[in-house]
Design a protein around this ligand. Structure first.
Ligand code: UD1
Length: 362
Protein backbone atom coordinates (compact mmCIF):
# COMPACT_ATOMS: atom_id res chain seq x y z
CA UNK A 1 0.00 0.00 0.00
CA UNK A 2 1.27 3.46 -0.89
CA UNK A 3 2.19 5.36 2.27
CA UNK A 4 0.57 8.74 2.84
CA UNK A 5 2.67 11.91 3.00
CA UNK A 6 3.66 12.99 6.49
CA UNK A 7 2.50 16.47 7.54
CA UNK A 8 3.97 17.73 10.77
CA UNK A 9 2.24 20.51 12.72
CA UNK A 10 4.29 22.56 15.13
CA UNK A 11 2.40 24.25 17.97
CA UNK A 12 3.35 25.64 21.36
CA UNK A 13 1.00 28.34 22.56
CA UNK A 14 -2.72 28.57 23.33
CA UNK A 15 -3.93 30.21 20.10
CA UNK A 16 -2.12 27.53 18.11
CA UNK A 17 -3.92 24.69 19.86
CA UNK A 18 -7.20 26.41 18.97
CA UNK A 19 -6.27 26.71 15.27
CA UNK A 20 -5.02 23.16 15.12
CA UNK A 21 -8.28 21.71 16.51
CA UNK A 22 -10.50 21.96 13.40
CA UNK A 23 -7.56 21.36 11.07
CA UNK A 24 -6.23 18.18 12.71
CA UNK A 25 -9.34 16.24 11.68
CA UNK A 26 -9.19 17.40 8.06
CA UNK A 27 -5.46 16.64 7.88
CA UNK A 28 -5.69 13.14 9.31
CA UNK A 29 -8.25 12.20 6.64
CA UNK A 30 -5.63 12.80 3.94
CA UNK A 31 -2.18 12.55 5.49
CA UNK A 32 -0.18 10.95 8.24
CA UNK A 33 -0.31 13.81 10.67
CA UNK A 34 2.03 14.30 13.60
CA UNK A 35 2.02 17.07 16.17
CA UNK A 36 5.06 18.61 17.81
CA UNK A 37 4.43 20.71 20.93
CA UNK A 38 7.40 22.96 21.60
CA UNK A 39 6.42 23.36 25.25
CA UNK A 40 6.26 27.18 25.00
CA UNK A 41 3.08 27.05 27.09
CA UNK A 42 3.44 24.38 29.72
CA UNK A 43 0.99 24.99 32.59
CA UNK A 44 -2.01 22.67 32.50
CA UNK A 45 -4.41 25.61 32.15
CA UNK A 46 -2.39 27.10 29.26
CA UNK A 47 -1.85 23.84 27.38
CA UNK A 48 -3.31 20.44 28.32
CA UNK A 49 -6.77 21.82 29.02
CA UNK A 50 -7.02 22.82 25.33
CA UNK A 51 -6.05 19.33 24.18
CA UNK A 52 -8.71 17.81 26.44
CA UNK A 53 -11.52 20.23 25.62
CA UNK A 54 -10.90 20.33 21.88
CA UNK A 55 -10.28 16.59 21.46
CA UNK A 56 -6.87 17.28 19.99
CA UNK A 57 -4.55 14.36 19.30
CA UNK A 58 -1.88 14.18 22.01
CA UNK A 59 1.40 15.62 20.67
CA UNK A 60 3.79 13.02 19.27
CA UNK A 61 6.62 15.09 20.75
CA UNK A 62 6.79 17.61 23.56
CA UNK A 63 10.07 19.47 23.38
CA UNK A 64 9.76 21.05 26.82
CA UNK A 65 11.12 24.43 25.74
CA UNK A 66 9.20 27.01 27.80
CA UNK A 67 10.25 30.29 29.41
CA UNK A 68 13.47 32.28 29.05
CA UNK A 69 14.37 35.17 26.78
CA UNK A 70 13.14 35.29 23.18
CA UNK A 71 16.56 34.39 21.75
CA UNK A 72 17.17 31.51 24.13
CA UNK A 73 13.65 30.13 23.71
CA UNK A 74 13.71 30.36 19.92
CA UNK A 75 17.25 28.93 19.71
CA UNK A 76 16.45 25.94 21.91
CA UNK A 77 13.30 25.27 19.89
CA UNK A 78 15.25 25.44 16.63
CA UNK A 79 17.70 22.78 17.81
CA UNK A 80 15.00 20.50 19.21
CA UNK A 81 12.71 20.81 16.16
CA UNK A 82 15.59 20.09 13.79
CA UNK A 83 16.22 16.82 15.63
CA UNK A 84 12.60 15.73 15.02
CA UNK A 85 12.76 16.80 11.36
CA UNK A 86 15.95 14.83 10.76
CA UNK A 87 14.31 11.74 12.23
CA UNK A 88 11.03 11.97 10.25
CA UNK A 89 11.69 14.07 7.13
CA UNK A 90 8.05 15.18 6.76
CA UNK A 91 6.69 16.17 3.35
CA UNK A 92 5.46 19.48 4.81
CA UNK A 93 5.73 21.40 8.07
CA UNK A 94 2.77 23.50 9.21
CA UNK A 95 3.26 26.45 11.53
CA UNK A 96 0.57 28.67 13.03
CA UNK A 97 0.30 32.39 13.72
CA UNK A 98 3.16 34.44 15.06
CA UNK A 99 4.77 33.07 18.20
CA UNK A 100 8.37 32.07 18.83
CA UNK A 101 7.29 28.47 18.14
CA UNK A 102 6.09 29.57 14.68
CA UNK A 103 9.39 31.14 13.70
CA UNK A 104 11.52 28.33 15.13
CA UNK A 105 9.45 25.70 13.28
CA UNK A 106 9.53 27.56 9.96
CA UNK A 107 13.26 28.25 10.16
CA UNK A 108 14.21 24.70 11.13
CA UNK A 109 12.17 23.28 8.23
CA UNK A 110 13.23 25.81 5.58
CA UNK A 111 16.92 25.23 6.40
CA UNK A 112 16.37 21.55 5.70
CA UNK A 113 14.56 22.30 2.45
CA UNK A 114 11.28 21.00 3.84
CA UNK A 115 8.34 23.07 2.57
CA UNK A 116 6.57 25.22 5.14
CA UNK A 117 2.86 26.04 5.22
CA UNK A 118 1.97 29.08 7.30
CA UNK A 119 -1.49 29.27 8.81
CA UNK A 120 -2.68 32.85 9.38
CA UNK A 121 -0.09 34.23 6.99
CA UNK A 122 0.09 37.89 6.02
CA UNK A 123 -1.18 39.48 9.23
CA UNK A 124 0.52 42.79 9.93
CA UNK A 125 0.34 45.36 12.72
CA UNK A 126 3.12 47.40 11.08
CA UNK A 127 4.67 47.79 14.54
CA UNK A 128 8.18 46.42 14.32
CA UNK A 129 8.73 46.48 18.06
CA UNK A 130 6.12 43.76 18.50
CA UNK A 131 7.81 40.36 18.84
CA UNK A 132 4.90 38.80 16.95
CA UNK A 133 5.41 41.13 13.98
CA UNK A 134 9.01 39.97 13.61
CA UNK A 135 7.97 36.32 13.89
CA UNK A 136 5.22 36.61 11.30
CA UNK A 137 7.20 38.63 8.75
CA UNK A 138 10.09 36.20 8.79
CA UNK A 139 7.82 33.16 8.74
CA UNK A 140 5.91 34.54 5.74
CA UNK A 141 9.14 34.90 3.82
CA UNK A 142 10.12 31.29 4.63
CA UNK A 143 6.79 29.70 3.72
CA UNK A 144 5.95 28.05 0.40
CA UNK A 145 2.24 27.95 1.16
CA UNK A 146 0.57 30.94 2.80
CA UNK A 147 -2.88 30.37 4.22
CA UNK A 148 -4.50 33.76 4.64
CA UNK A 149 -7.50 34.34 6.89
CA UNK A 150 -8.42 37.61 5.19
CA UNK A 151 -8.14 39.46 1.88
CA UNK A 152 -6.11 42.15 3.66
CA UNK A 153 -3.55 39.48 4.56
CA UNK A 154 -3.30 38.43 0.88
CA UNK A 155 -2.70 42.07 -0.08
CA UNK A 156 -0.06 42.48 2.62
CA UNK A 157 1.88 39.51 1.28
CA UNK A 158 1.67 40.70 -2.33
CA UNK A 159 2.94 44.10 -1.33
CA UNK A 160 6.03 42.38 0.12
CA UNK A 161 6.62 40.49 -3.11
CA UNK A 162 5.14 37.18 -1.93
CA UNK A 163 2.90 36.17 -4.81
CA UNK A 164 3.20 32.39 -5.07
CA UNK A 165 1.43 29.81 -2.92
CA UNK A 166 -1.19 32.22 -1.54
CA UNK A 167 -4.45 30.61 -0.45
CA UNK A 168 -7.42 32.58 0.88
CA UNK A 169 -8.47 29.97 3.43
CA UNK A 170 -10.60 31.91 5.90
CA UNK A 171 -10.24 31.63 9.61
CA UNK A 172 -9.88 28.37 11.57
CA UNK A 173 -10.77 30.09 14.85
CA UNK A 174 -14.14 31.09 13.42
CA UNK A 175 -14.70 27.57 12.16
CA UNK A 176 -14.10 26.05 15.58
CA UNK A 177 -16.20 28.64 17.34
CA UNK A 178 -19.04 28.24 14.87
CA UNK A 179 -19.20 24.52 15.67
CA UNK A 180 -19.01 24.98 19.44
CA UNK A 181 -21.19 28.10 19.74
CA UNK A 182 -24.38 26.36 20.96
CA UNK A 183 -22.44 24.58 23.73
CA UNK A 184 -20.65 27.80 24.67
CA UNK A 185 -23.91 29.80 24.82
CA UNK A 186 -25.65 27.21 26.99
CA UNK A 187 -22.95 27.28 29.64
CA UNK A 188 -24.05 29.90 32.19
CA UNK A 189 -23.04 27.98 35.30
CA UNK A 190 -19.72 29.75 35.37
CA UNK A 191 -21.39 33.11 35.83
CA UNK A 192 -22.66 32.27 39.29
CA UNK A 193 -19.20 31.00 40.17
CA UNK A 194 -17.90 34.52 39.49
CA UNK A 195 -21.00 36.16 40.93
CA UNK A 196 -21.89 38.01 37.71
CA UNK A 197 -25.11 38.21 35.68
CA UNK A 198 -25.48 37.80 31.91
CA UNK A 199 -24.97 41.09 30.08
CA UNK A 200 -24.02 42.93 33.28
CA UNK A 201 -20.30 42.34 33.53
CA UNK A 202 -17.10 42.83 31.56
CA UNK A 203 -14.62 40.18 30.46
CA UNK A 204 -11.00 41.29 30.21
CA UNK A 205 -7.66 39.76 29.21
CA UNK A 206 -4.23 41.42 28.81
CA UNK A 207 -0.83 39.92 28.16
CA UNK A 208 0.85 41.80 25.27
CA UNK A 209 4.46 42.74 25.96
CA UNK A 210 3.72 46.39 25.10
CA UNK A 211 1.02 46.54 27.79
CA UNK A 212 2.55 44.55 30.60
CA UNK A 213 6.34 44.69 30.20
CA UNK A 214 6.50 48.48 30.04
CA UNK A 215 6.14 49.75 33.65
CA UNK A 216 4.28 52.94 32.58
CA UNK A 217 1.72 50.98 30.57
CA UNK A 218 1.37 48.34 33.28
CA UNK A 219 0.44 51.00 35.82
CA UNK A 220 -2.05 52.51 33.31
CA UNK A 221 -3.59 49.06 32.94
CA UNK A 222 -3.84 48.73 36.73
CA UNK A 223 -5.61 52.13 36.99
CA UNK A 224 -8.05 51.08 34.27
CA UNK A 225 -8.80 47.88 36.18
CA UNK A 226 -9.57 49.93 39.28
CA UNK A 227 -11.97 52.24 37.45
CA UNK A 228 -14.09 49.82 35.44
CA UNK A 229 -17.77 50.53 36.16
CA UNK A 230 -19.02 46.94 36.12
CA UNK A 231 -17.95 43.65 37.71
CA UNK A 232 -15.06 42.39 35.59
CA UNK A 233 -13.87 38.82 35.15
CA UNK A 234 -10.13 38.85 34.42
CA UNK A 235 -8.26 35.56 33.89
CA UNK A 236 -4.66 36.60 34.47
CA UNK A 237 -1.96 35.34 32.11
CA UNK A 238 1.18 34.21 34.02
CA UNK A 239 3.23 36.90 32.33
CA UNK A 240 0.81 39.62 33.47
CA UNK A 241 0.56 38.25 36.99
CA UNK A 242 4.36 38.16 37.28
CA UNK A 243 4.68 41.76 36.12
CA UNK A 244 1.88 43.01 38.41
CA UNK A 245 3.45 41.26 41.40
CA UNK A 246 6.88 42.67 40.64
CA UNK A 247 5.44 46.19 40.34
CA UNK A 248 3.62 45.67 43.67
CA UNK A 249 0.24 46.26 42.02
CA UNK A 250 -1.21 42.78 42.48
CA UNK A 251 -2.41 43.03 46.08
CA UNK A 252 -4.23 46.30 45.45
CA UNK A 253 -6.08 44.73 42.52
CA UNK A 254 -7.03 41.70 44.60
CA UNK A 255 -8.82 44.04 46.99
CA UNK A 256 -10.94 45.71 44.25
CA UNK A 257 -14.55 44.64 44.82
CA UNK A 258 -15.44 44.81 41.10
CA UNK A 259 -12.55 42.63 39.95
CA UNK A 260 -12.79 38.85 39.70
CA UNK A 261 -9.15 37.81 39.21
CA UNK A 262 -8.72 34.19 38.23
CA UNK A 263 -6.15 31.78 36.83
CA UNK A 264 -6.12 31.43 32.99
CA UNK A 265 -9.33 29.74 31.86
CA UNK A 266 -9.69 26.91 29.29
CA UNK A 267 -11.15 27.41 25.81
CA UNK A 268 -14.77 26.63 26.67
CA UNK A 269 -14.80 28.67 29.88
CA UNK A 270 -13.12 31.66 28.21
CA UNK A 271 -15.59 31.71 25.36
CA UNK A 272 -18.61 31.22 27.64
CA UNK A 273 -17.47 34.09 29.85
CA UNK A 274 -16.91 36.28 26.77
CA UNK A 275 -20.23 35.27 25.24
CA UNK A 276 -22.37 36.47 28.17
CA UNK A 277 -20.39 39.65 28.88
CA UNK A 278 -21.69 43.12 28.05
CA UNK A 279 -18.33 44.04 26.53
CA UNK A 280 -14.99 42.24 26.09
CA UNK A 281 -11.78 44.20 26.69
CA UNK A 282 -8.62 42.56 25.40
CA UNK A 283 -5.23 42.93 23.79
CA UNK A 284 -5.39 39.40 22.36
CA UNK A 285 -5.68 38.95 18.60
CA UNK A 286 -7.81 35.83 18.89
CA UNK A 287 -10.29 37.11 21.46
CA UNK A 288 -10.98 40.25 19.40
CA UNK A 289 -12.24 38.02 16.61
CA UNK A 290 -13.98 35.55 18.88
CA UNK A 291 -15.98 38.28 20.65
CA UNK A 292 -17.22 39.60 17.30
CA UNK A 293 -18.11 36.08 16.23
CA UNK A 294 -20.15 35.69 19.44
CA UNK A 295 -21.93 39.01 18.81
CA UNK A 296 -20.28 40.82 21.75
CA UNK A 297 -18.73 44.31 21.31
CA UNK A 298 -15.01 44.44 21.97
CA UNK A 299 -12.65 47.19 23.08
CA UNK A 300 -9.12 46.40 21.96
CA UNK A 301 -6.48 47.59 24.42
CA UNK A 302 -4.07 48.43 21.61
CA UNK A 303 -3.51 51.30 19.19
CA UNK A 304 -3.71 49.07 16.13
CA UNK A 305 -5.02 45.70 15.06
CA UNK A 306 -4.08 43.14 12.43
CA UNK A 307 -7.77 42.23 12.17
CA UNK A 308 -8.90 45.44 10.46
CA UNK A 309 -12.09 43.76 9.19
CA UNK A 310 -13.40 43.63 12.76
CA UNK A 311 -13.25 47.43 13.12
CA UNK A 312 -16.41 47.97 11.12
CA UNK A 313 -18.16 45.20 12.97
CA UNK A 314 -18.06 46.09 16.64
CA UNK A 315 -14.35 46.25 17.53
CA UNK A 316 -13.03 49.61 18.73
CA UNK A 317 -9.36 50.45 19.34
CA UNK A 318 -8.96 52.18 22.71
CA UNK A 319 -5.31 51.59 23.67
CA UNK A 320 -4.83 52.20 27.39
CA UNK A 321 -6.72 55.49 27.26
CA UNK A 322 -9.04 55.62 30.29
CA UNK A 323 -11.27 58.34 28.85
CA UNK A 324 -11.75 56.50 25.56
CA UNK A 325 -12.52 53.29 27.43
CA UNK A 326 -15.12 54.89 29.70
CA UNK A 327 -16.71 56.70 26.75
CA UNK A 328 -16.82 53.54 24.65
CA UNK A 329 -18.33 51.54 27.50
CA UNK A 330 -21.25 53.97 27.64
CA UNK A 331 -21.91 53.75 23.92
CA UNK A 332 -24.07 50.98 22.44
CA UNK A 333 -22.48 49.27 19.46
CA UNK A 334 -23.93 46.92 16.93
CA UNK A 335 -21.92 43.79 16.24
CA UNK A 336 -21.93 42.11 12.86
CA UNK A 337 -20.25 38.70 12.92
CA UNK A 338 -17.98 37.71 10.03
CA UNK A 339 -19.05 34.64 8.00
CA UNK A 340 -16.51 31.85 8.38
CA UNK A 341 -16.98 29.96 5.11
CA UNK A 342 -15.14 31.00 1.98
CA UNK A 343 -17.19 30.25 -1.13
CA UNK A 344 -19.20 27.89 1.05
CA UNK A 345 -16.18 25.83 2.06
CA UNK A 346 -14.69 25.28 5.51
CA UNK A 347 -11.22 26.76 6.14
CA UNK A 348 -9.93 23.35 7.30
CA UNK A 349 -11.03 21.71 4.04
CA UNK A 350 -9.57 24.50 1.90
CA UNK A 351 -6.22 24.12 3.67
CA UNK A 352 -6.12 20.30 3.53
CA UNK A 353 -7.04 20.28 -0.18
CA UNK A 354 -4.44 22.95 -1.01
CA UNK A 355 -1.73 20.93 0.79
CA UNK A 356 -2.80 17.81 -1.06
CA UNK A 357 -2.55 19.58 -4.43
CA UNK A 358 0.77 21.13 -3.55
CA UNK A 359 2.30 17.81 -2.51
CA UNK A 360 0.78 16.06 -5.53
CA UNK A 361 2.44 18.55 -7.87
CA UNK A 362 5.91 18.20 -6.36
C1 UD1 B 1 2.91 34.06 23.52
C2 UD1 B 1 3.07 34.68 22.14
C3 UD1 B 1 1.90 35.62 21.86
C4 UD1 B 1 0.56 34.92 22.07
C5 UD1 B 1 0.55 34.33 23.48
C6 UD1 B 1 -0.74 33.60 23.77
C7 UD1 B 1 5.43 34.99 21.48
C8 UD1 B 1 6.50 35.98 21.22
N1 UD1 B 1 4.30 35.46 22.03
O1 UD1 B 1 3.02 35.09 24.47
O2 UD1 B 1 1.97 36.05 20.52
O3 UD1 B 1 -0.47 35.87 21.94
O4 UD1 B 1 1.64 33.41 23.59
O5 UD1 B 1 -0.86 33.40 25.17
O6 UD1 B 1 5.62 33.82 21.18
N2 UD1 B 1 4.39 31.13 31.29
C9 UD1 B 1 4.00 30.32 32.33
N3 UD1 B 1 3.26 29.22 32.03
C10 UD1 B 1 2.91 28.91 30.76
C11 UD1 B 1 3.31 29.75 29.72
C12 UD1 B 1 4.04 30.87 30.00
O7 UD1 B 1 4.30 30.57 33.49
O8 UD1 B 1 2.24 27.87 30.57
C13 UD1 B 1 5.22 32.31 31.57
C14 UD1 B 1 6.56 32.15 30.87
O9 UD1 B 1 7.46 31.45 31.63
C15 UD1 B 1 6.93 33.59 30.63
C16 UD1 B 1 5.60 34.28 30.43
O10 UD1 B 1 4.61 33.44 30.97
O11 UD1 B 1 7.57 34.13 31.76
C17 UD1 B 1 5.34 34.60 28.97
O12 UD1 B 1 5.24 33.40 28.22
P1 UD1 B 1 5.72 33.35 26.67
O13 UD1 B 1 5.43 32.01 26.13
O14 UD1 B 1 7.09 33.88 26.58
O15 UD1 B 1 4.85 34.41 25.93
P2 UD1 B 1 3.30 34.80 26.00
O16 UD1 B 1 3.20 36.08 26.73
O17 UD1 B 1 2.43 33.68 26.46
Amino acid sequence: MKSRPLVLSIVGARPQFVKLAPLAKALSRRFDHQVVHTGQHYDDNMSQVFFRQLNLPQPDYNLGVGGGTHGRMTGRMLTAIERVLIQHRPSLVLVFGDTNSTLAGALAAAKMDIPVGHIEAGMRSFVRAMPEEINRRLTDHLAELSFCSTITAMKNLRSEGITKGLVHSGDLMYELLHDLKPKIRRNRQLLSQYNVEPGKYLFLTAHRAANVDDPGNLSKLASILEMLPLPTVFPVHPRTKGRLRRARLWQGLQRQPNLRLTEPTGYLETLSLACHAQVVLTDSGGLQKEAICLGVPVLTLREETEWVETLRRGNCLVGLDVKKIMRSLRRERRVRPIPFRIRNRRPSEIIAVAISRYLGAR
